[in-house]
Design a protein around this ligand. Structure first.
Ligand code: CMP
Length: 137
């Protein structure tokens, strides 16, 4: 189980209270991925929400790079929130350390922390807006 200090250093958790951090640390599971692994695959179902602790990843849609993600960034929220297919492929550029939550754990995370729920909601809407812009040109 990650310590409060480890979580506090991850940007999206920085405004969470001690109580929230305690609940979050019980929900998340640390996973390691090798450089070159696909962490999500566009069009496939997705069961995990992921937060980057260490390493870098690239987000591609239809083969085109749309974003790069690093420590403190999260991804995978769109498929997990709504049960829609993955909107993009996220590939590890380096070896990575991630915190992962499945759908049930992610739902509990949103219940435990309204602060975090708002950050994830804002991030998701921005990404959907960017996706729409990229479709309409
Ligand atoms: P999901 O669709 O579950 O899986 C692919 C993930 O890529 C998606 O959730 C978002 O977390 C992420 N993603 C999609 N579009 C963008 C974007 N424009 N910028 C950053 N990340 C994105």
């Amino acid at each position: 189980m990650p310590s409060h200090d480890t979580l506090k250093n991850i940007n999206i958790f920085s405004e969470c209270s001690g109580r929230e951090l305690k609940a979050i640390s019980r929900l998340i599971t640390q996973v390691r991925k090798r450089a070159g692994s696909d962490l999500t695959v566009e069009g496939q179902p997705g069961r995990e929400f992921l937060i980057i602790v260490e390493g870098q990843a690239t987000v591609r849609r239809k083969g085109k790079v749309i974003a790069r993600l690093g420590p403190g960034d999260f991804f995978g929220e769109l498929a997990v929130v709504a049960g829609v297919p993955r909107t993009a492929t996220v590939t590890a550029d380096t070896d990575m350390v991630l915190e992962a939550l499945d759908r049930r754990e992610f739902a509990s995370l949103l219940d435990e922390s309204p602060t975090l729920a708002k950050k994830i909601l804002v991030g998701a809407v921005k990404r959907l807006h960017e996706l729409e812009e990229s479709l309409t040109g």
